[in-house]
Design a protein around this ligand. Structure first.
Ligand code: AR6
Length: 171
């Protein structure tokens, strides 16, 4: 399969994705927060927080995996995106690491399908188009070099993000 066929862009709420795994844009405590993190914890139920408490946090750019509990997804891969400080503080490399490390974990767990939110583009203020270019490049690169995951879905929260992703992912 061509790598572009393995990528899909949809508009929606990641908590309803029926992929094997969904990715959470968490903070370094892994103990919940607002945005997509809050939505994932709310849908997964309190057992997710209980498991997260055992993980001892996560560094920016790294990723950790938990079960999905009440979510349709079997797994949640938590990653911590960089806070945008103008782009000269290692933000692009750290954001690329989020995608790469989440995909490495997915492959390790035999995950066929995975859904990503637009990591760092909410509370962490990473400019959407810059972040999307990194997301798309990292995912395409990984899919070219690895068998798993077989399918990656970019879940966009709102029309604006959807159009940016569509434009860049289909290039
Ligand atoms: N489904 C898909 N995407 C969503 C959803 C959803 N249900 N809700 C929001 N988004 P953010 P960050 C989009 O702020 O910038 C948390 O408090 C949103 O529109 O969730 O990485 C954490 O605990 C945006 O495009 O994450 C951290 O403290 C994208 O998800 C901090 O926010 C990411 O926005 C992380 O900030």
């Amino acid at each position: 399969m061509e790598k572009t066929e393995k990528i899909e862009v949809i508009e929606g709420d990641i908590t309803s994705c029926k992929t094997d795994a969904i990715v959470n844009a968490a903070n370094s405590t892994l103990l919940g927060g607002g945005g997509v993190d809050g939505a994932i914890h709310k849908s997964a139920g309190p057992k997710l927080l209980e498991e997260c408490r055992t993980l001892q946090g996560c560094m920016t750019g790294e990723a950790k995996i938990t079960k999905g509990y009440n979510l349709p997804a079997k797994w949640v891969i938590h990653t911590v995106g960089p806070v945008w400080h103008g782009g000269t503080h290692g933000e692009p490399e750290l954001l690329a690491n989020c995608y790469k490390n989440a995909l490495i974990l997915a492959e390790k767990y035999g995950i066929n399908s995975i859904a990503f939110p637009a990591i760092s583009t909410g509370v962490y203020a990473y400019p959407l188009e810059k972040a999307t270019r990194i997301a798309v490049n990292e995912v395409k690169r990984f899919l070219t070099e690895h068998e798993l995951p077989k399918k990656v879905i970019f879940v966009c929260f709102g029309k604006a993000a959807y159009h940016v992703y569509k434009d860049l992912a289909e290039k």
